[in-house]
Design a protein around this ligand. Sequence first.
Ligand SMILES: [Cu+2]
Length: 156
Amino acid sequence: MSAGWRDVQGAARLCVALTAAAVTAGAGYVVAAATEGPPPEALGPEPVTVRIDAEYSRFVPDSLRVEVGTEVRFVLMNGDPINHELIIGPESVHRRHEEGTEATHTPKPGELSVGPDEQGVTSYVFDEPGTVEMACHLPRHYEDGMRGEVEVVEPD
Ligand SMILES: [Cu+2]
């Protein structure tokens, strides 16, 4: 993959993030900033809905902060012409999926599969402080960077 492609991809992702913010601002979604800067304010503790876009085999945004105990309803919008999944949970869950043979995931908390240009919803309760990984474990997606983190913090 050339540096030029990376630039194009970066620009495209930025456009997607900005478009997503504009489109969802009035729809009740929480749009987390995908750019650098101070950490965003933690979401919660009330249940929240967060839109995650799968674009070019990346999650946008790929980081979130939530207060301990918050239930997050993830809406995964797949803008790619291939399957993706969103797996959220502790290390053991990710290991199972990375090594596992489940091709798709029926909806259960923190586990979701979506087809090309589809969307899906899964909810997860972040009940312990720390860092929880979110990832796609389809072959090579994780290694190629399709992963992110949810930072779970105590309330101020
Ligand atoms: Cu994927």
